[in-house]
Write a protein that binds this ligand. Structure first.
Ligand SMILES: Nc1ncnc2c1ncn2[C@@H]1O[C@H](COP(=O)(O)OP(=O)(O)OP(=O)(O)O)[C@@H](O)[C@H]1O
Ligand SMILES: [Mg+2]
Length: 259
């Protein structure tokens, strides 16, 4: 299964991605979690100890690797656009609790026209992971919509849009839906996060009417407590049960389409 998690800034994308990764790994899936947000923080949501963060270097900053793989000359004028990448997912990821974590760094920005060896490497790598690897792949996306680049998220089985009970997160969700459809991504589902009252729930239900709501996740002080310590909610009371619920909803959704 190949999932991308998206939504407005701060809604809980990394929290949701981290929990899904841990729950799927606990169920026996091979899991690859990809931090595609330049402001990377998926590692702590997965529970990677702080002293191992330094091992997780962004692929986009591996200038020498990009040059070597794309054959770029010093000026970056001539290079191949489909470099060898098949050893990168295993060679450059960090393992924690059954999850292989890979940090992309800055990914292709749609419309900027930037083509450089690093972008060629990242684009090819993402496409390779989404089309050739057989494990559960979860991508924690950058907030918002600007980064929806060609050749990357089109290959996911499901785009999960995280929303919170507030109209701004739904405005972003609507823009994401429009762009996703333009890119040919037909499978979209919502996760409502930080739901804290009957009013919140009513708001979410009203605004997801006619859309697919995968799960409703409550506002939970334990999530914040885990975050304050730079830890995963999965390693705190209630975390594994919540994560399993989320993973179960996701798998049910995907079984329907036979992924
Ligand atoms: N269900 C929840 N209950 C309480 N706090 C939550 C919940 N989900 C997320 N949070 C908190 O909200 C903040 C943002 O969460 P997170 O980093 O997962 O969001 P994000 O969408 O990945 O943000 P960004 O756009 O900055 O990448 C964090 O402080 C996190 O602890
Ligand atoms: Mg995040």
């Amino acid at each position: 299964m190949k999932i991308a998690v998206t939504g407005k800034g701060g809604v809980g994308k990394s929290t949701v991605t981290g929990l899904l990764a841990r729950a799927l790994a606990a169920e026996g899936w091979q899991v690859m979690a990809i931090d595609a947000d330049p402001d990377a923080n998926l590692a702590s949501a997965i529970g990677l100890p702080a002293d191992r963060l330094a091992d997780l270097k962004p692929i986009s900053k591996m200038v020498d690797l990009a040059k070597e793989r794309t054959g770029a000359d010093g000026a970056g004028n001539h290079f191949i656009l489909n470099p060898k990448v098949d050893d990168i997912p295993d060679g450059f990821s960090v393992d924690h609790a059954g999850v292989k974590l890979l940090r992309m760094g800055t990914v292709d920005h749609a419309g900027t026209g930037c083509v450089c060896p690093e972008h060629a490497l990242i684009r090819t790598l993402l496409r390779h992971i989404l089309t050739r690897r057989r494990e559960a792949v979860l991508i924690d996306m950058e907030a918002g919509i600007e980064h929806f680049g060609r050749g990357t998220v089109e290959n996911v089985d499901l785009l999960v849009i995280v929303v919170e009970p507030g109209s701004r997160s739904f405005q972003t969700a609507t823009q994401i839906e429009t762009l996703a459809r333009e890119l040919g991504i037909a499978n979209l589902a919502f996760v409502a996060n930080k739901v804290d009252s009957a009013e919140d729930e009513a708001f979410v239900l009203e605004n997801t009417a006619g859309r697919e709501l995968l799960a409703v996740f409550p506002l939970d002080p334990q999530v914040q407590a885990a975050d304050r310590r730079g830890q995963s909610f999965y390693d705190h009371p209630g975390g594994p049960a919540r994560a399993a619920e989320l993973a179960c909803a996701l798998q049910k959704r995907l079984e329907v389409q036979g992924v």
